[in-house]
Ligand binder design. Structure first.
Ligand code: ZN
Ligand code: ZN
Length: 302
């Protein structure tokens, strides 16, 4: 089961009741924070989410509305007695910016493991989740992410016996694709049925629409995507600032067909995005305007 909470749904500037871009996903005790705009720690506390349990922070890009909450958050995590390392992932150049921000947050009681993304597409396996980072099109280097919980197929003792897999290797194949036992190699497909549908969520903000976004959102249970501008008349403004309109985000969802689309990262000139939701639902029906604190629990389908 994966829990998702939108921590902030504002783009560029916060509003009185809307914090800046951030989202947290929790799986099996591991907490993944996506983006950390100014005030993220306040919104996390409002949602009663423990700061010290955040293991991994994934940054889309180094604009202030996505990173300026980091020093305060990390200081508070230290104050909450966290001692385990925290992994931070961001685009090339992120480490320099992080260390500059940390001039005002020195002496953290935990190690920071910083990973800079160098390629157009990179994959990681973290705390039982598959993380994919894919480059998008913004005014500076920017990445979207998917978090996926893959699920092996059901174990079949008949298949294992038929393929001569010794019983002692059955448990090992649950954990590894292939194992060596008594000098012989056994692969998972020799003892397990086809992989079952897992859980997949996409988080993508600050970009023009790209095919890679809909490609990455295919098969997703939830697609969280920016909708900086509501009216399609603002498409020129979206092009200039390298953002998207509701229509553009909904078209990407229509191409990908996730179970649901949540729009986020709303322009401060858009205090009530809900008034425009039909612009998106006319294209992709299962679209919802994100709000701070919006929560969803995704379970395995079978
Ligand atoms: Zn932004
Ligand atoms: Zn930006």
């Amino acid at each position: 089961m994966l829990d998702i909470t939108l921590i902030g749904t504002g783009g560029a500037l916060p509003l009185k009741d809307r914090f800046l871009s951030s989202c947290i996903m929790k799986y099996n005790g591991a907490n993944f924070l996506f983006d950390c705009g100014e005030g993220t720690q306040i919104s996390l506390r409002r949602q009663k989410i423990s700061l010290s349990r955040i293991n991994t922070i994934l940054i889309t890009h180094c604009h202030a509305d996505h990173v300026s909450g980091l020093p305060g958050l990390l200081l508070s995590m230290g104050n909450d007695m966290r001692t385990e390392p925290v992994t931070l992932i961001g685009p090339a150049g992120f480490a320099r910016i992080l260390h500059s921000l940390l001039i005002i947050a020195r002496e953290l009681p935990f190690e920071l493991k910083v990973i800079e993304l160098k390629h157009a597409h990179e994959s990681f396996s973290i705390d039982g989740c598959k993380i994919d980072a894919f480059r998008v099109d913004h005014s500076i280097s920017c990445y979207g992410y998917t978090l996926e919980i893959e699920r092996v197929g059901k174990f079949s003792p008949e298949k294992a016996s038929l393929n001569g897999v010794p019983m002692k290797a059955w448990g090992l194949l649950q954990k590894d694709e292939q194992v060596e036992f008594d000098g012989k190699i056994y692969t998972r497909d020799m003892a397990f049925e086809k992989a079952r549908r897992g859980i997949k969520v996409l988080f993508c903000t600050d970009t023009r629409p790209l095919n890679v976004i809909s490609d990455m959102a295919k098969g997703a249970d939830l697609m969280i995507c920016e909708g900086m501008f509501a009216e399609d008349a603002k498409v020129c403004r979206a092009e200039e600032t390298k953002h998207m309109t509701f229509v553009e985000a909904a078209r990407l969802a229509k191409a990908a067909m996730p179970d649901e689309l949540w729009l986020t990262h709303f322009s401060p000139s858009l205090p009530d995005p809900h008034n425009y939701i039909s612009v998106a639902t006319n294209i992709f029906q299962n679209t919802v305007c994100g709000t701070d604190g919006m929560y969803k629990e995704i379970k395995f389908k079978d």
